[in-house]
Design a protein around this ligand. Structure first.
Ligand code: NAP
Length: 247
């Protein structure tokens, strides 16, 4: 139980990759705050899965793009568990379309959740982490943030922004024992990718050297390693979990 006595907040962990991360960290001993935006049923299901495996979890609604919601999320965690050791900024959305058709609202919504949300949550936990001189932050980017992708200019910009933000914060926080790393998934089977047309899914599969679509658990295991003491000499890095897509 490498994360015994740790408290972790995972944004957007009612379903998909976030849920897998919540279950993985809980199975390593962490007390997990399961944040969600609107799907309370899914978040409660995640908490139930954690509890039935003998772990501790709490579902908290908060829109990560809203500062007042984020502050409430952090305060609720402190009130409940007393501290925060781990933050995983996982919440994310897509509004895919080619640039010529992209509305300002598509741009704003994706940047607000996928980039501003990372800023707000990181800032809100950082004071406590710097004071306690320890902490691990993982920001979930995407290989699209490294390579770009037609139809995802807003998403790619946000995910590339997450990498630049994370490296900057890693440099600011390193001397105080707080590590910041990025995990960049490739194509992972979740609600987010399920909506892609079948021919697009087939095309993506051909571009994956390891020859299979990723599972949320593939990402979760890497997150668990990076937040654990075993990764205590790693900060400011971006780890692709993508079956070799990005190499
Ligand atoms: P998903 O299945 O669509 O789940 C998204 C999660 O984010 C949900 O729990 C949702 O909450 C939450 N969320 C959305 N907007 C939010 C907001 N404003 N505030 C708080 N929570 C919010 O997505 P996923 O595929 O697991 O993706 C998770 C992360 O991995 C995202 O950052 C995504 O960009 C990244 N990623 C995914 C893939 C992939 O292939 N799936 C690849 C690369 C990167 P509700 O349940 O309440 O709606």
């Amino acid at each position: 139980m490498v994360l015994n006595d740790c408290v972790a907040i995972i944004t957007g962990s009612g379903r998909g990759i976030g849920r897998a991360i919540a279950l993985e960290l809980a199975s390593a001993g962490a007390k997990v705050v399961v944040n969600y935006a609107g799907r309370s049923d899914k978040a409660e299901e995640t908490v139930e899965l954690i509890r039935s495996a003998g772990g501790e979890g709490l579902a908290v609604q908060a829109d990560v793009s809203q500062a007042t919601d984020v502050n409430r999320l952090i305060q609720t965690t402190i009130d409940h568990y007393g501290k925060i050791n781990i933050l995983v900024n996982n919440a994310g959305i897509t509004r895919d379309t080619l640039l010529l058709r992209m509305k300002e609202a598509d741009w704003d919504a994706v940047l607000a959740t996928n980039l501003k949300g990372v800023f707000l949550c990181t800032k809100a936990v950082s004071k406590g982490m710097l004071k306690q001189r320890s902490g691990a932050i993982i920001n979930i980017s995407s290989v699209v943030g490294l390579s770009g992708n037609a139809g995802q200019a807003n998403y790619a910009a946000a995910k590339a922004g997450v990498i630049g933000f994370s490296k900057s914060i890693a440099k600011e926080f390193a001397s105080r024992g707080v590590r910041v790393n990025v995990v960049a998934p490739g194509y992972i089977s979740t609600d987010m990718t399920e909506t892609l047309p079948e021919e697009v899914q087939k095309e993506i599969l051909h571009s994956i050297p390891l020859g299979r679509i990723g599972k949320p658990e593939d990402v979760a295991k890497v997150v668990r390693f990076l937040v654990s003491p075993e990764a205590s000499y790693i900060t400011g890095q971006t780890v692709c979990v993508d079956g070799g897509m990005e190499m």
